[in-house]
Design a protein around this ligand. Structure first.
Ligand SMILES: NC(=O)c1ccc[n+]([C@@H]2O[C@H](COP(=O)([O-])OP(=O)(O)OC[C@H]3O[C@@H](n4cnc5c(N)ncnc54)[C@H](OP(=O)(O)O)[C@@H]3O)[C@@H](O)[C@H]2O)c1
Length: 336
């Protein structure tokens, strides 16, 4: 009698989540609710854990191969002559994007706080309009869209690229740094979307591309507030996309990983020091710009720049606890 398997033995064996250590290790991802009494072996087909994992795997096919079917289902939009506002165009990814879109003959409006680098770039890109703008200022955002409309008569594409990093232990971040990071990484894109959406709706056509980060899907230690700002930007983008369904206005996000720009040098935060055994070499800003151009052409909901970033997010979704343990071990904070 003592050896007789208890009812629902198979649930317990199959869902080895019953082992608390294993469950903790995998971040609870294998946890299955207790089956209702009277349910037999046949219910294994509906085994909740397996079902959840099947759904997860299927949903992640699009994460692993998101662009497989786009060329078939989405007709390519030609960037030529599209009036395109690029924020953060004075450096890094924004400047590379401006150059690439200029090659594709888009009509450009270049925005950032510093006028000189914008004018130097505009000298290379004939016809580009320079509008110095601090995206943290809602009125400046409205003025930027108004200037673009005044000069070109319409706005077809808004690329919300301006951004600032923020590093430090979450429990010690300074209020003013957090406020500034949120003002640039979350509120700035929001003010610009609010300014541009009525215009795009009236045109019956338009696109917004928000440059997020792979950290929006999987934060790293000491970059939590920055990751949170980008994650919030993604949620707003998703909601707006649903609100604008059927209006001809599309909203996409791009999730770059490490990119070789001066982004880290401009980062806000305590001491600005983070020691990591995990230091990917990163891609060039031109590589990210090519992904942004792809998104402008095909309007996917979300695009990664590298397969490695996409795979990282896939693994983080499958094994959240394992990944957290590895990252916590690999990344340390050192006071300067
Ligand atoms: N580099 C990376 O590893 C990486 C990874 C993932 C995501 N990203 C994202 O990619 C975007 C571009 O980053 P990047 O690497 O090109 O950085 P970057 O080289 O530091 O350039 C940032 C740009 O944003 C502008 N900017 C900063 N604050 C602004 C403000 N308040 N108003 C208007 N413009 C402002 C800067 O110009 P001014 O100083 O003249 O204003 C500059 O043009 C950011 O959204 C960033 O979060 C970067």
């Amino acid at each position: 009698m003592g050896l007789r398997p208890k009812p629902f033995f198979f649930f317990r064996v199959g869902g080895f989540a019953a082992n608390t250590k294993v469950k903790k290790f995998f971040g609870g991802g294998f946890a299955a609710p207790a089956p209702p009494p009277g349910v037999g072996l046949t219910s294994l087909a509906l085994f909740p854990t397996m079902r959840a994992y099947t759904c997860l795997l299927l949903s992640h096919c699009s994460l692993l191969f998101p662009n497989l079917l786009f060329p078939i289902f989405s007709p390519a939009m030609d960037p030529k002559n599209r009036v395109t506002i690029i924020t953060g165009a004075s450096a890094g990814i924004g400047a590379a994007t401006a150059r690439l879109f200029a090659e594709a003959e888009a009509r450009l409006v270049l925005a950032a706080r510093q006028r000189e680098p914008l004018e130097a770039l505009a000298a290379e890109l004939p016809g580009a309009l320079v509008v110095p703008t601090d995206v943290a200022d809602p009125e400046a955002c409205r003025q930027l869209v108004a200037r673009a409309k005044q000069s070109f008569g319409r706005v077809d594409l808004l690329i919300n690229n301006a951004g600032v990093g923020l590093a430090g232990p979450a429990a010690e971040l300074r209020t003013e740094d957090v406020q500034q990071a949120l003002a640039v990484d979350l509120f700035g894109p929001l003010w610009l979307m609010q300014a541009v959406v009525p215009l795009m709706r009236a045109q019956g056509l338009g696109q917004i591309i928000n440059v997020s980060s792979v950290l929006a899907a999987q934060p790293l230690p000491y970059l939590g507030a920055y990751a949170g700002a980008k994650a919030a930007l993604e949620r707003v983008s998703e909601a707006l996309r649903m609100e604008l369904r059927g209006t001809g206005v599309e909203v996409s996000v791009v999730r770059p990983g490490t990119t070789r720009t001066n982004f880290s040098a401009h980062r806000l935060g305590i001491g600005r020091e983070r020691r990591s055994r995990f230091a990917p070499a990163g891609v060039t800003p031109e590589t990210v710009a090519r992904t942004i151009l792809y998104v402008a052409r095909h309007e996917p909901r979300c695009a990664y720049v590298t397969r490695g970033d996409r795979l990282g997010v896939f693994l983080a979704t499958l094994f959240p606890g394992l990944l957290e343990r590895l990252l916590a071990r690999a990344i340390r904070w050192e006071q300067p």
